[in-house]
Every structure is written in structure tokens, then in C-alpha cells.
Design a protein around this ligand. Structure first.
Ligand SMILES: [Zn+2]
Length: 266
């Protein structure tokens, strides 16, 4: 068991940040079967149960969420728990505002919040800042959407959420995407809700274990497995037996992309 683990994908936020009505077609999606709320207390308790040292924390990435309230909540809670939480901000039209306020990266969800900003004007400031963008792409369109971002901002660090899988809790489409992006050195794949140790291992063989990042997507999947973060961790342990490789995936790779220090690393 690695003694230092960074979870590269968690959510924090309150349902009160959802200020617009969510259309019925969206409510049928698997993501909405979980309450769009997670408090710092609940996240810390889950991290303690699963042995997670720190978590990258994003708001719930909905178009209907007020990004100012949601991002402010994440930043405030990260300031209160600097040893445990690493703030990421929802992408909106003002990335510079969040960079100035100390965010460590951005989160974009193409399916649930497709058009809340002007792409050309937001990707370049992120590229200049050097901070990573975590992107959850539309089903089956991961390669096109990744190429669109990289055409605008070729030096942007892109972390593809869920390894770009097309169906929750499967590896569908992951190997094809890894092969198509293997020559893009700034592209990383984050492992949450893939749930396929063999596919994760094969993807690492294609793009290199240096570009795989562990994530849980907590609190999503909490109803699927009793302790979803532990389940996601088990998958990584099944995929990778080598301790040095595990440590890269469990914290080293993401740590190299963000500015948090590792002072309390064991
Ligand atoms: Zn997520």
C-alpha cells in the first residue's frame, strides 16, 4: 500500500449552487443518480477510510451550476484544509480570476456543461499558466474534442477524465484513444470509473505509465460500491504490480503537474 496517495478526481459542492433548472434529458444520465452534493466533512471521512493523503477537488461540473459560488466554495474549503485538498476550478469565462485566486487547475465537462465559455479565450490563459485542465469529453468524441483544445493551445496540459471511456465503468474506447494521443506528451489519462484493470494496464503500455493518473470521482459511484475510492484503488493495484510504477500513478505524475509541495510525504 502506498503511504502517500493523491486522488486526482473528486467533487465538492452544495446542491444550492445549482441555480438553473436541469433539463429532463440530463436527469436520466447515470451521473444524476447520485446527489450533486458533497461536503468537506464527507470527503475527508471517505479519504481517511481509503487512505488518501490529498485530493484534487472540483465543483460538480454542471452547466446549471453558478461557477462563482461553486469555485469559491472549493477554494475556501481548500484553504481550510491545505494538507488534504488541492483546488481545481470549473472552467468559465474568467480563468484568470481563478488563477489569481490560487487554483491548481481547471475542470471542464463537455457533456454536462458544453457551452459556458468562449473556447479560444479560455484555453490560452490556462496554457500560459501551466496549470492542467481536466476534461470529461462527450461520449465517443474524446479524440475530436482533445484535438480542438490542442489546436488552440498546443502546450496546454490536458488530463482526460475517465481515460475518455465511452460507457461508465468500462474501458470502452480507451485503448483507441491512448493510441491516437500517444504522441501528445502533454496529454494524461485519469483512471476513475474505467473499472477495468487490464485496459488500464494496456493503456499505460501504449502511452507510458508516466501519463496515467489515479482518480476516484468520489462521490460518484458511491452507490455502486460500498467504498468506491477503495474499489478504484484496488483496480490500480491489480493493474500495476511494480511499486515504482504504482507510486507514479498514485501521486508522482499528478504532483509533477501542480504546484503543491510534498512536505508531508512519507
Ligand atoms: Zn467527476
Amino acid at each position: 500500500m502506498s503511504r502517500y496517495i493523491i486522488d486526482g478526481h473528486t467533487h465538492l459542492g452544495l446542491e444550492s449552487f445549482i441555480v438553473d433548472e436541469i433539463p429532463k434529458w440530463k436527469l436520466k444520465k447515470p451521473a444524476f443518480q447520485v446527489k450533486m452534493e458533497n461536503t468537506p466533512e464527507a470527503l475527508l471521512a471517505s479519504m481517511d477510510r481509503s487512505g488518501i493523503t490529498r485530493s484534487a477537488v472540483f465543483p460538480f461540473p454542471l452547466e446549471e451550476v453558478d461557477s462563482i459560488q461553486a469555485n469559491t466554495y472549493v477554494l475556501d474549503n481548500c484553504r481550510q484544509h491545505p494538507e488534504r485538498f488541492i483546488p481545481f476550478s470549473l472552467l468559465d469565462d474568467e480563468p484568470e480570476r481563478w488563477i489569481e485566486l490560487g487554483t491548481n487547475g481547471f475542470k471542464q465537462h463537455f457533456l454536462l456543461a458544453p457551452e459556458r465559455f468562449n473556447a479560444i479565450e479560455v484555453y490560452r490563459p490556462i496554457e500560459r499558466s501551466g496549470l492542467p485542465l481536466v476534461a470529461h469529453f462527450s461520449t465517443g468524441k474524446a479524440l475530436d474534442e482533445a484535438r480542438t483544445i490542442l489546436d488552440i493551445a498546443p502546450d496546454l496540459t490536458l488530463i482526460i477524465a475517465h481515460m475518455g471511456r465511452q460507457v461508465p465503468n468500462t474501458g470502452a474506447g480507451v485503448l483507441e484513444l491512448a493510441a491516437a494521443l500517444k504522441d501528445e506528451p502533454r496529454v494524461y489519462l485519469e483512471t476513475s470509473t474505467v473499472d477495468d484493470a487490464d485496459i488500464i494496464k494496456k493503456a499505460a503500455d501504449i502511452i507510458g505509465a508516466d501519463r496515467i493518473i489515479f482518480g476516484s470521482d468520489f462521490p460518484f459511484n458511491s452507490d455502486t460500491w460500498e467504498e468506491s475510492t477503495l474499489h478504484e484503488l484496488d483496480t490500480i493495484y491489480c493493474s500495476f504490480k511494480d511499486e515504482i510504477v504504482r507510486e507514479k500513478i498514485l501521486y508522482g505524475n499528478i504532483q509533477s503537474l501542480i504546484s503543491v509541495d510534498s512536505g508531508n510525504q512519507q
